[in-house]
Design a protein around this ligand. Structure first.
Ligand SMILES: [Zn+2]
Length: 249
């Protein structure tokens, strides 16, 4: 078990908004996902929530009208850190890093990695999943999820990793120019549903966009992340869908 991390940089959450959640959680043993709801009053939704993430995506409904998502990640990322739960790349606080959905702007806060994937598609699990966490002016979250499969190496990953230090909470500035569009699929059909943070406090009301098409990374690149995690997984198991509708766009 890795050294305890006190929840200051929780995956899928803005770093500041959940700074008071100081109860340790993890993916193995007594603090693993099935125990999260009992670890703290603030984590109750992890056990009682009805709109929890991740899910197995199946039985989707086709949208009759188009909802194009405009992604404009113009600024280079700020820094990269292993926060004890995941490798996280923090974005610059900028109006130029945004996702526009139905006229609403969501600004990129950070992106991070899960291995294996958290969401599954028709039961298929991928070796890795990237979560791009975006927030609008009211703090509502939209997460863009990108599946990764084994294949060609991804040049952006190599550039990010150049600055990475595996020691916990050793935040390092990004020194390369990163083309974030190369961490997104070129074909951008997606599934859309309402869910939650996949980490404590499991807050709901998160807009999830999961791209149908994966990107690729090499086996070596995927293993770089697995090695940082001591070859232990950092995915929450899939949760009950509870009648939620998944729209296919
Ligand atoms: Zn995540």
């Amino acid at each position: 078990m890795k050294k305890l991390i006190w929840g200051l940089l929780c995956c899928c959450a803005g770093s500041a908004s959940y700074a008071n959640n100081d109860v340790h959680w993890g993916y193995q043993g007594e603090v693993s996902a099935e125990h999260w709801g009992a670890l703290s009053d603030q984590y109750q939704l992890c056990a009682t929530g009805k709109n929890q993430s991740p899910i197995n995506i199946q039985g989707t409904y086709h949208s009759t009208d188009q909802h194009p998502i405009q992604i404009d990640y113009a600024e280079n990322p700020e820094n990269i850190v292993f926060n004890g739960h995941t490798v996280q790349v923090n974005a610059k606080n900028s109006q130029n890093n945004k996702v526009t959905i139905d006229g609403e702007n969501y600004y990129l806060k950070q992106f991070h990695f899960h291995t294996p994937s958290e969401n599954t598609i028709d039961g298929k699990q991928f070796p890795l999943e990237i979560h791009f966490v975006n927030a609008n002016a009211q703090g509502q979250l939209t997460v863009l999820a990108v599946m990764v499969e084994n294949g060609q190496a991804n040049p952006e990953w190599t550039k990010l990793w150049k600055d990475f230090k595996a020691q916990e909470n050793q935040t390092k500035p990004i020194t390369s120019q990163i083309q974030l569009q190369n961490l997104l699929p070129t074909t951008r059909e997606y599934y859309r549903f309402s869910g939650s943070l996949t980490t404590p406090p499991c807050s709901e009301g998160v807009n999830w966009i999961v791209y149908k098409n994966p990107i690729t990374m090499s086996q070596d690149q995927i293993q770089m992340l697995q090695k940082v995690l001591n070859f232990q997984h950092n995915n929450r198991p899939v949760q009950v869908q509870n009648g939620r509708i998944v729209i296919e766009d």
